[in-house]
Design a protein around this ligand. Structure first.
Ligand code: ADP
Length: 308
């Protein structure tokens, strides 16, 4: 069963700006999914449409089999949204904030109380239940947001930058909480600026840029691609074309320079042997960074280049 299926989704704002240009996105039930992209890419617009806060211009969104257009109420019940900004009434108690939310979903008072206790315990907030929320630390406020989003037991939890601005210790404890929620069966879609967060938590990933999906794959194969080191070789003599060296991906940059993808398991020795056999002498070698961040920047850069 798909938790989320998006087809040809577009969004044109009133000022004529096309924030989404026909995106397709699939998230499996039970997944921990990362939706990444630079500022202004279209993440919030996408999340806004999924959670019925923004109207799409065209295309379809299906949430656990419920079409958002035809079956909006049921689709909405499947979703819990944790928005970026803390938006509860800071003069109310933690317990009240969560319990009131249950009421919005038509949950009776007795049941709402039980659910509130369960969610607050899960978010490690039960001892703070009677505290006025403005007195809580930043990390605790974020956890109240999650507890509130979970009180109606949504199958899909959308977390929009849940750890923005919180220090690394709190971030790590939130990772554990999110992992636990996911393990218990809730599908999670996470947007984040911290790529190491996406890397350590998420099994699948989509990268959006300029309203288009530029990458949609599983984290393992994306990281596998990162297991190739990229080098730039400067050559002693000019060459006509890139040599063929089995196991390496070689492209000519200019007459005197080559770009080489070196799989980690291959190493460099064999490459130099093969280049020598082609009478190619290397005078210097530069390493290109290969972190997830580098790939992210490459994808964003190449899609920007395609646009221009
Ligand atoms: P992200 O969440 O990835 O930062 P957004 O979805 O917020 O991106 O925004 C995508 C683009 O749409 C941005 O260029 C933004 O300026 C524009 N945008 C967002 N909301 C509106 C709006 N209400 N009216 C006009 N343009 C908007």
């Amino acid at each position: 069963m798909k938790a989320l299926s998006i087809r040809k989704l577009t969004k044109k704002y009133n000022n004529g700006f096309e924030a989404l240009k026909g995106i397709d996105l699939d998230v499996d039930s039970g997944d921990f999914f990362a939706l990444l992209g630079p500022n202004g890419a279209g993440k919030s617009t996408t999340i806004g449409i999924i959670s019925s806060l923004v109207n799409a211009t065209s295309g379809s969104v299906t949430i656990f089999g419920h079409d958002l257009q035809k079956d909006r109420e049921r689709a909405k019940t499947c979703i819990g949204l944790v928005p970026q900004e803390i938006n509860f009434n800071q003069f109310e108690t933690v317990k009240h904030i969560v319990q009131i939310q249950a009421g919005y979903y038509g949950i009776g008072q007795k049941e709402a109380k039980q659910r509130t206790e369960r969610c607050l315990r899960q978010m490690d907030l039960w001892t703070q239940r009677d505290t006025v929320s403005r007195r809580l630390s930043g990390g605790m406020k974020r956890r109240v947001m999650i507890a509130r989003a979970m009180v109606h037991s949504p199958k899909l939890l959308i977390l929009d930058e849940p750890t923005a601005g919180v220090d690394i210790e709190i971030r790590r404890s939130m990772w554990e909480l999110m992992e636990e929620v996911n393990k218990q069966g809730t599908t999670i879609i996470l947007t984040t600026h911290y790529l190491e967060e996406a890397e350590s938590l998420c099994r699948n990933i989509a990268i959006i840029n300029n309203g288009q999906i530029v990458e949609h794959s599983d984290m393992a194969s994306l990281l596998n691609r990162l297991n190739i080191d990229h080098f730039v070789l400067d050559l002693a003599e000019p060459i006509k074309s890139a040599p063929h060296c089995t196991g390496y991906q070689i492209d000519k940059i200019s007459d005197r320079s080559l770009s080489v993808g070196v799989p980690k398991e291959q190493g460099l020795n064999k490459l130099f042997e093969m280049l020598t056999a082609h009478n190619i002498k290397v005078i210097s070698l530069k390493n290109k960074s290969n972190r997830l961040e580098q790939m992210f920047m490459d994808l964003i850069g190449s899609s920007a280049a395609e646009q221009s």
